[in-house]
Design a protein around this ligand. Structure first.
Ligand code: DGJ
Length: 766
């Protein structure tokens, strides 16, 4: 189908094989002896290969020796398998029947190829039209369990990405209930432990369900993941893959600061510009697992999905469960090309916000300016000075509600603190608007403080294991938003504020992981996932009821900076570490997958509050420019000169943001953790090129002053080779010269010195 386009999905009846085509890659599966096998995900093929391409280990069962079925099951490269019947590798699906026995076997049943892409119930996912995407559903069945497993694949025009998701359905319903998962979002109560159900009703327990599983030759592949901690998120980590299982995961109920739902499998020679990459990114914001097992046959079995730890989903007859989506990207042209594919698929097919292609307001956030110590007068003074510099929005962060003078109370009581804001949020907002600024506000909707009116009235609203005192974290508990009445209670309070004031932006924060997971209504093994569905439902409600609202997600900085949240908000606060030099690695790791337009980045005061470093204001501006751009400082304490420099920075933002937001991003000098180098990099450089190659912005930062590299020759990327590019000072160069010989940066000096170069293509080509 989709003849004449660079993408498509085909089925070969003779070979019983499926061929999925993207712009430059092919994905192949084949049905062998009734089982669906993974054949290939790599460089684009002209047509589907026959069975000869399959590597399956021992073939004796195929040759008609059912007495040796186990050997076959132990080696066949299943596209998707259930544990317990001979596939001893890390299986994507683990199910327990009503008697507590594990085991299942998936046989190919049917397929359906169609134009466009279906949405996933209650879940964030990529989207596409009938013109720019097509999809494939493959149905596998286990007749003994009465289980249907539908694997869904989609591809998009002009993008090297294949998406995957899985739906399982238990047949023969006496207790009908189409899609228990979606019902769980809308009416979590119905799936609760108090929900009476007949014990003899047919049901199974899903103990593990991976969204993607594939198997390929090991071929010395290495793995790149993104790891970190609070204020040090998404730092690349590249390592060899040994025998056994290599995995990364989060069990915190958030995608986490520590590991990231992303894994790239790269050939040992993979660099920015060459070598093979196969990368997976999970469109989910909760606990996850990515695992790679190097098997006895030197194959790699790769799985990605919801973390099976503490997961057990009861599926009754007639119900279904949909697992979230995985985006898979293949490139034979190195990490830079992989990055470009992720940026494209996320910008074109994941972020829905109407702000995606708009310049975001330059905002001043009062967090690092005042922390909890503010009142109307202070905020208005900030707004007045901000206005003079050209700032367009004031965001009132944590501390405006209840009696919150520190982080030890009032979460859940979203009523204005009249001591600080005597005229309410509405009154303050009006005054800010009168100054000429928009207003934004901070909420932490998923939380409840033990010292809050909400907790005193409803102690059961906090997540807790009955009979056990839950652990506080930042002096707070997590709300049991799997309960509809809890979601409504919070939503209505937020709504009251939005109705009272002309709020244009919300920062949705979340400042602790989930512990002591228990509920008076929701089953333990389902809690983590139902919690995520509830977050998604709340955010969906917010952006549909308030369609003009600009939503920014935040989780103690970047603890939930993932594709799942991008479906709801076009920008996410990247990290609480606002130090420009620390941000070089954090933003580079983040931009490995995510477009610059999503990366929340602000200029903050020096010495930096997190690391104590002092960095040139110019450099702070250049680093924040590679993100959403804004300020996070007491602007009343900067000098007149600095205020003028801030005004100039804001002009710079307006001049370059269209290019930064919409252009193609390239790493020029990147972290040595990403590519193999014999020495540490002391500088970072990146550039953004407009889609038509007519303009480019290159940033060069010396993270550490270096006696021998005050200036460096940097090879630019993405330019038109034959075109002539000029800098504002009149210097001009050919594109191929800049890309192959390199551009010699101006001499700069000292820790954190930086320069910015704007190249404009001259009309006349050489
Ligand atoms: C954590 C966020 O990352 C900060 O930016 C700030 O909003 C604080 N929470 C407020 O408590």
């Amino acid at each position: 189908m989709t003849d004449g386009k660079d993408f498509g999905i085909y089925f070969d009846e003779k070979d019983m094989s499926f061929l999925i085509q993207t712009k430059k890659a092919s994905y192949v599966m084949a049905v062998v002896n009734g089982y669906l096998g993974h054949v290939y995900f790599g460089k684009k093929l002209g047509s589907a290969p026959g069975l000869s391409s399959l590597r399956m280990g021992d073939y004796t069962y195929l040759a008609g020796k059912p007495g040796d079925k186990c050997t076959f099951m132990d080696g066949f490269p299943f596209e998707y398998s259930i544990s317990g019947t001979g596939d001893f590798r890390a299986c994507p699906l683990v199910v327990k029947n009503n008697d507590g026995f594990y085991g299942g076997e998936l046989k190919y049943s049917s397929y359906n190829i169609y134009k466009g892409k279906k949405a996933l119930p209650g879940l964030p996912a990529t989207f596409g039209t009938e013109e720019d995407s097509c999809s494939l559903d493959i149905e596998l069945v286990d007749e003994v369990l009465g289980l249907k497993v539908v694997l869904t694949y989609s591809v998009f025009e002009g993008i090297d990405a294949v998406t995957r998701s899985v739906r399982v359905e238990l047949a023969d319903g006496e207790t009908a209930g189409d899609n228990a998962q979606a019902a769980g979002v809308n009416d979590v109560q119905s799936a609760g432990v108090n929900d009476a159900q007949s014990d003899d009703a047919k049901k199974i327990y899903i103990e593990k369900i991976m969204s993607a599983s594939l198997e390929m030759p090991y071929e010395d592949k290495e793995i790149i993941t993104l790891h970190g901690s609070w204020a040090r998120e998404r730092i690349p980590d590249r390592r060899v893959i040994g025998h056994g299982t290599t995995s990364i995961s989060s069990s915190r109920g958030i995608s986490s600061h520590q590991e990231h739902p992303f894994a790239a499998f790269v050939s040992p020679d993979c660099t920015e510009n060459s070598g093979e990459v196969l990368a997976l990114s999970f469109v989910y914001s909760g606990s996850f697992l990515a695992e790679a097992e190097r098997t006895q046959h030197d194959m790699l079995r790769i799985n990605m999905g919801i973390n099976p730890n503490n997961f057990s989903w009861e599926l009754k007859a007639g119900e279904s469960f949909t697992a979230p989506e995985v985006i898979m990207v293949y490139s034979s042209e190195g990490l830079g090309d992989m990055t470009n594919s992720f940026h494209e698929v996320i910008r074109k097919h994941l972020i829905r916000s109407k702000y995606l292609h708009k310049k975001r307001p330059v905002l001043l956030n009062n967090w690092e300016a005042t922390y909890f110590d503010f009142n109307e007068e202070k905020l208005l003074k900030l707004a007045e000075t901000a206005k003079k510099a050209g700032i367009e929005m004031l965001v009132m962060d944590d501390g405006w509600f209840g009696k919150r003078d520190s982080d030890n109370c009032s979460l859940g009581d979203w009523k204005v603190d009249r001591r600080k804001l005597p005229n309410g949020v509405g009154g303050l907002c009006k005054k800010i608007n009168d100054i000429g600024l928009e207003m934004g506000i901070w909420f932490e909707p998923e939380m409840i403080s033990p010292d809050s009116d909400l907790f005193r009235a409803h102690p059961d609203y906090a997540i807790q294991i009955p009979g056990r005192k839950p652990s506080e974290c930042r002096n707070q508990f997590v709300l049991d938003i799997t309960r509809k009445e809890v979601r409504d209670c919070i939503f209505e309070q937020i709504s009251d504020i939005l109705k009272e004031a002309n709020i244009r932006y919300i920062k949705w924060d979340m400042n602790r992981p989930l512990t002591d997971v228990g509920s008076i209504t929701t089953r333990g093994g389902e809690f983590h996932h139902r919690y995520m569905l509830a977050v998604y439902e709340l955010q969906e409600r917010l952006i549909s009821e308030y369609p003009d609202l600009l939503l920014e997600n935040c989780t103690s900085g970047g603890g939930r900076f993932d594709p799942g949240m991008m479906y709801f908000s076009p920008q996410i606060w990247c990290s609480d570490d606002t130090d420009a030099i620390e941000r070089l690695a954090i933003q580079e790791g983040t931009a490995l997958i995510y477009p610059l337009s999503v990366i929340g980045a602000h200029v903050s005061i020096c010495p930096n509050h997190i690391v104590g470093r002092t960095t040139d204001l110019k450099t702070r501006g250049y680093v924040a420019l590679a993100g959403t751009f804004g300020y996070e400082m007491d602007i009343n304490r900067v000098s007149e000169d600095e205020l003028s420099e801030i005004a100039a920075q804001i002009e710079m933002y307006h001049k370059y943001n269209d290019l930064v937001r919409e252009g193609d991003y390239y790493r020029l000098i990147s972290s040595n953790r990403l590519v193999k180098r014999s020495s540490d990099n002391t500088s970072y450089s990146w550039m953004v090129v407009s889609k038509d190659g007519s303009e480019a912005l290159m940033t060069y930062v010396q993270a550490r002053g270096n006696a021998n590299t005050r200036s460096e020759k940097v090879k630019l990327k993405g330019l038109c080779p034959d075109a002539l590019y000029s800098l504002p000072d009149g210097r001009s160069y050919r594109g191929d010269e800049l890309m192959n010989i390199g551009f010699v940066t101006d001499k700069i000096y000292g820790d954190g010195a930086a320069s910015l170069y704007y190249f404009r293509r001259k009309e006349d080509e050489l």
